[in-house]
Design a protein around this ligand. Structure first.
Ligand code: AHR
Length: 503
């Protein structure tokens, strides 16, 4: 059995636990909106057609912000198609996902859904086929109280009060050649700067997210951020990062170590942003909005859009079924995001329902939870207060993709109000148990309040609509505190949460 030591000290603080770290994403893609959040025929649907059971699970998941309406979809979107009487709304081709967009749900419905689900909306504007004017129109529609064309249209459509949306994404993945309206870094940087400058003339307090790279493997990674931030630095607040991981060719060890890439991604982007800051003699810092992250098996058939004359409404797309190992990686991605809370100021699990999602629905039928639901919900519920900088002494093992990696990946939070310390840890070994030994002398007198571990002898187990409860995070009875040291055994391929308090 391997062992790893972690030392905690209340003085070593990385930064606050930010609620916006627990954001998600709803795109007009596949069945995320239609038959996902919106299903008028469903028994739990409200007057807008929103499923009550999905709203309940969104709340249980602990989602803070929801990014909308895309994703690749936004780069061809005409937001004004989807306002006003539903029967008069046009149907359009959605080129990003080779689908038909019926426009039954638009900005007003989405805002009502956010209010119902208790989440903060985060809007994206189309900088693919559109530009400054359309972004301004949407902002006016959403945030101006009244007395102008678009704000009065919103009022006429039933929303007397402005939505006051604070966070706005300036397009989506504009570095990607697959993006409608894809641009070079210079072209996009100029467009984003002009859009941001104009949007701030309407509302100087907006928080604006400029597009960073769609992945660290992009050939322009790094240089894209340098050029785009050089153009936009004073006009924006955050730069986006997107990362998806999957188990390739049965290489589980590398897959479990995916956060080596996520750590590298954040550290490279913030280093680049800080270099632009120094070169431009700027005072403020640009932080990261990690607004798409998850496990996504992009090469599976379910990620292939329709083709030819087939332009369906809400086809089955990107409906990955997640196993236990996938959930361990999702748990470790949250560890990486929290570890970088000083520079990652927002994040969105992509996506929320049906499309690479923690929540799945049957049209008109059951709702169920995927394995990845659990580490997200538990982290969102219990990580509070401040993120602590840990001293970790872990064994290492070698991986084909990342070389030698620490077997234990961990982070801890401390809530000064309640005194609770929460330790989140993954054992990235494929074969070995790890005994976790935590030095708690900085927090004398703590006891184990709860310790849960997500693992299964068969890490390929996946939930289904018929059985989403056979494998859940279970009580880890090995977790104990004695003499201001906590100890817990972590099985291979596992994610754990250990809550310590003065109970
Ligand atoms: O989340 C699925 C897709 O992944 C999004 O539409 C796009 O932004 C990214 O490539």
């Amino acid at each position: 059995m391997l062992s790893a030591t972690v030392t905690l000290d209340p003085a070593f603080v990385v930064g606050p636990v930010r609620r916006r770290t627990f954001g998600s994403f709803v795109e007009h893609l596949g069945r995320c909106v239609y038959t996902g959040i919106h299903d008028p025929e469903h028994p739990s649907a409200d007057a807008d057609g929103f499923r009550g059971d999905v709203v309940d699970l969104t709340r249980e998941l602990g989602v803070s912000t929801v990014r909308y309406p895309g994703g690749n979809f936004v780069s061809g979107y005409r937001w004004e198609d989807a306002i006003g009487p539903v029967a008069e709304r046009p149907r359009r081709l959605d080129l990003a996902w080779h689908s038909t967009e019926p426009n039954l749900v638009g900005v007003d419905e989405f805002m009502r859904w956010c209010a119902k689900a208790g989440v903060e909306p985060m809007m994206a504007v189309n900088l693919g086929t559109r530009g400054v004017q359309e972004a301004l129109d949407l902002l006016e529609y959403c945030n101006v109280p009244g007395g102008t064309n678009w704000s009065d249209r919103r009022r006429a459509n039933g929303a007397a009060d402005p939505y006051r949306v604070k966070m706005w994404c300036l397009g989506n993945e504009m570095d990607g050649p697959w993006q409608i309206g894809h641009r070079t870094a210079h072209e996009y940087g100029r467009l984003a700067a002009e859009t941001a400058r104009a949007m701030r003339m309407v509302d100087p307090d907006l928080e604006l997210v400029v597009c960073g790279s769609s992945g660290s493997v992009m050939p322009t990674f790094g240089e894209w951020e340098r050029v785009v931030l050089s153009e936009t630095y004073e006009h924006v607040d955050h730069v986006s990062a997107h990362a998806y991981y999957w188990e390739e060719d049965g290489d589980l060890a590398s897959f479990l170590a995916s956060t080596v890439d996520m750590d590298h991604f954040v550290e490279s982007v913030t280093a680049t942003a800080d270099a632009v800051r120094a070169a431009g003699k700027h005072a403020k810092r640009i932080n990261v909005s990690f607004d798409e992250w998850n496990v996504w098996y992009q090469r599976r058939a379910e990620s292939r859009p329709p083709s030819g004359d087939d332009w369906p409404v809400a086809p089955v797309l990107l409906e990955d079924r997640y196993n236990v190992a996938d959930a361990v990686v999702v748990g470790s991605m949250l560890i990486s995001l929290l570890r970088h809370t000083d520079r990652v100021h927002a994040a969105s699990l992509a996506q929320l329902v049906n499309v690479i999602a923690p929540i799945m629905t049957e049209p008109g039928g059951r709702v169920w939870k995927q394995t990845i639901f659990h580490p997200f919900a538990l982290t969102s519920r219990h990580a509070k207060g401040e993120v602590l900088r840990l001293a970790v002494d872990s064994p290492v093992h070698s991986t084909a993709r990342f070389g030698d990696v620490a077997t234990l990946d961990a982070v801890a939070t401390h809530d000064p109000e309640t005194g609770e310390v929460v330790l989140l840890a993954t054992n990235r070994s494929v074969t070995e148990d790890v005994v976790l030994d935590v030095d708690l002398r900085g927090f004398p007198g703590l006891r184990v309040v709860e310790a849960l571990t997500l693992a299964n002898p068969d890490h390929t187990w996946s939930a289904t609509a018929d059985d989403d409860t056979s494998v859940l995070p279970r009580a880890n009875t090995t977790a104990k505190v004695a003499d201001d040291r906590a100890r817990a055994e972590l099985p291979p391929v596992s994610w754990s949460i250990v809550r310590l308090g003065r109970a």
